[in-house]
Design a protein around this ligand. Structure first.
Ligand SMILES: [Zn+2]
Length: 289
């Protein structure tokens, strides 16, 4: 059964580790993440962007696929199905479809609008036992057209949003989605410390987990980050393994064209990344499996 992220992140803060959010794109992705988490006895968050939800055939399709796998693959670790960077309408649609958690990203809106929408969605989520992630200070990346150095959130605004009762808060601390530019100055721990002071016990979320050094990840966790989002790294691993399979001409041998064979190396590569991240984030063996 899907669970919200509330309990798992509360435990993560207490245990000084972080739970990974791995974005899913299709059946192979979903199965790889679930099996790796189960093998590692780790809680896990499946992230679904609005675009990925549409790609997979709609939010209800995603809910059906994930619930089916939990049962048929005997997944017993806590699993949260979470909308990543949702708009107001997307968040409502996912709540309706059976997601156990949503992110409402109002970071591009004026702070008053972000507060009003976050507040309304917190009420809906609380009534249904779901978790809600809010965002303050937009996280840089390709979707903005330019790869900036990553914005830093205003700690006071973080405090305001945290006090609305959100389950977790994403605050920009210089992090970026996708690849980091060579001249990236690194995470702003000064901002992270200031944000933590304002938000108290609300778990913080680090987006753009691909390409942040292990040292910085560990320091971020020690300063209150309890959820780390990983997306691009799984995509690169899948791409690399699939390319290798084709370049080696394996699709031309015997039944190598069978999609179950063709996609297998990429599937295994995703599992390797997920296992590595779970170990790095410290959530391995955090629960019974
Ligand atoms: Zn993000």
């Amino acid at each position: 059964m899907l669970v919200s992220a509330k309990e798992m992140l509360k435990n993560a803060l207490k245990g000084k580790y972080a739970v990974g959010q791995f974005n899913i794109n299709n059946l192979e992705w979903t199965k790889a993440v679930l099996l790796a988490a189960q093998e590692c006895s780790s809680p896990v968050i499946l992230g679904v962007s609005e675009g990925a939800g549409k790609y997979m055939g709609g939010y209800k399709t995603v809910v059906g696929m994930v619930n089916g796998m939990l049962e048929c693959l005997n997944i017993t670790v806590p699993v949260c199905l979470h909308l990543d960077h949702g708009g107001y309408n997307g968040a409502k649609a996912c709540i309706e479809a059976g997601f156990s958690s949503v992110m409402y990203d109002g970071s591009h809106a004026p702070i008053e609008e972000n507060i009003a929408n976050t507040k309304e969605l917190v009420g809906i989520c609380n009534a249904k036992g779901l978790s809600l992630e809010a965002e303050v200070g937009s996280i840089g990346g390709e979707e903005d057209g330019v790869v900036g150095k990553g914005e830093c959130a205003d700690p006071k605004e973080c405090g305001e949003i945290a006090r609305l009762g959100v389950s977790m808060l994403a605050a920009g601390i210089g992090n970026i989605h996708g690849a980091y530019p060579d001249d990236w100055p690194g995470l702003s721990f000064e901002t992270l410390r200031a944000v933590k002071k304002e938000v108290g016990d609300v778990p913080l979320v680090l987006h753009g987990g691909t390409g942040i050094s292990e040292e910085m990840i560990k320091e971020a966790i020690s300063l209150g980050v309890a959820k780390i989002n990983v997306n691009t790294e799984c995509q690169w691993a899948f791409q690399k393994a699939t390319r290798q399979y084709i370049e080696d001409g394996k699709d031309l041998v015997g039944k190598g064209f069978d999609p179950r064979k063709l996609l297998a190396p990429g599937f295994e590569a995703i599992k390797v990344v997920v296992r590595e991240k779970i170990k790095l984030f410290g959530s391995e063996a955090a629960v019974d499996s």
